[in-house]
Design a protein around this ligand. Structure first.
Ligand code: ARG
Length: 389
């Protein structure tokens, strides 16, 4: 019997996919990566088994996700089209890696995913799998099968006794991990409609009781956040803690129309409290320690890096090369940033580093000034020379 490793989420599509693949003669191994999405894994495992999975693998990848995917993206200040901090896009390559490893271990010749033919995730899964293990066959049931609608899928699930919780199903499509939540579909498909409060999964809106501003101090070591308010924190704990604190203040929400890789524009709502706080703090510390040319060049790199992540090119040679460049720039990104959290926003109010390039003696307008203003005259003469007539 041919074996297939299916990326399983526990939702309707992938549950139906188990049965659909089994009916096609496959032995289906459901693979689920824990990247911080939460949920009742026991119940999900049960559901996969009832749907017809011959085996269910649930792997805790949270630590690896934080260290090898989220933190490099943070060091790169990766944000797509100015607002999307790439939570979903970053999770796909690690899940693809999990699928490929499981396929090797289980001696399966195929992998499968539950993505539709209209989104970015199919591209991310498939391009990543291809790069990691070119010989694997990839099946995309949702792109191929006969069900024309959700209702048809539900009918099939009922007919085949696949347990799905249709009543509790929200009208949105939600993808969640440690780095944020992506929300689409339902009323959000009309870009003119304001996202209802109920669309948000993590963060509290303005209607919640006003909270007093709060400060958090984040210490970075070579670009990586390692301490919160003076205490060392493991990557996953730090992300979870900042998500919780930030969510209370409604920090990290964004509502945007974005350009998908497949050419479609889509409206998506994001919540990423920890990402918003950390990206803002990290950029602030970089402003203190990076020289001007590196800082400006890094902004160009950041733009490209974000595109590569969004486009499913995590394992590409260019992305690898950019990682090396970024790592080199982070050597002196060591220091502490004080962030002020207020309803709906956060900002740095203080930063310090032993590698600070800020020199008060040069910047000051007091008598402590050490800057020789007379030198400016000659500098301007020469700087402006090419434009003189
Ligand atoms: N638009 C985002 C991306 O392509 C998120 C996609 C998944 N969104 C979702 N709500 N299921 O990375």
């Amino acid at each position: 019997m041919k074996k297939v490793i299916l990326a399983y989420s526990g939702g309707l599509d992938t549950s139906v996919a188990i049965k659909w693949l089994a009916d096609k003669g496959y032995s289906v191994i459901a693979y689920m990566a824990d990247v911080g999405q939460g949920g009742d894994f026991k119940a999900i495992k049960k559901r996969a088994e009832i749907a017809g999975a011959s085996k269910v693998i649930i792997e805790d990848l949270k630590e690896r996700f934080a260290e090898e995917f989220v933190f490099p993206a943070l060091m790169a200040n990766a944000v797509y089209e100015g607002r999307y901090t790439l939570a979903t896009a970053l999770s796909r390559p690690i899940i693809a890696n999990g699928l490929v490893e499981a396929a090797k271990k289980e001696k399966a010749e195929c992998v499968a995913h539950g993505c539709t033919g209209k989104g970015n995730d199919q591209v991310r899964f498939e391009v990543s799998c291809r790069i990691l293990e070119p010989g694997l066959k990839i099946i995309a049931p949702v792109r191929e099968w006969e069900f024309g609608s959700r209702e048809a899928e539900i009918r099939y699930a009922k007919e085949k006794n696949i347990p799905i919780d249709v009543t509790k199903k929200s009208p949105y499509s939600i993808d969640k991990n440690l780095w944020g939540v992506s929300i689409e579909c339902g009323v959000l498909e009309d870009p003119w409609v304001e996202p209802p409060e109920g669309a948000y999964q993590l963060t509290r809106g303005k209607s919640s009781p006003a909270k007093k501003p709060r400060y958090v101090e984040i210490h970075f070591d070579s670009g990586i956040p390692v301490e919160l308010n003076g205490a060392y924190m493991k990557p996953v704990d730090l992300l979870e803690e900042l998500n919780e604190i930030g969510a209370e203040y409604g920090i990290g929400r964004s509502d945007m129309v974005e350009n998908r890789l497949v050419g479609i524009k889509s409206r998506e709502v994001y919540e990423a409290p920890a990402a918003a706080i950390l990206l803002s703090a990290h950029k602030d510390l970089e402003a203190l320690v990076l020289d001007r040319e590196t800082a400006h060049f890094k902004e160009i790199v950041s733009l490209k890096y974000s595109e590569l992540v969004y486009y499913g090119l995590w394992y590409s040679p260019l992305k690898k090369a950019l990682d090396k460049f970024i790592k080199e720039t982070q050597k002196n990104v060591i220091g502490t940033v004080r962030m002020k959290l207020e309803q709906g926003r956060c900002a740095a109010t203080g930063r310090k580093s032993k590698f600070s390039l800020y020199q008060e003696a040069l910047a000051t307008y007091t008598e402590k000034d050490k800057f020789d203003q007379k030198l400016a005259k000659g500098f301007i003469e020469i700087w402006g020379m090419p434009y003189r007539r």
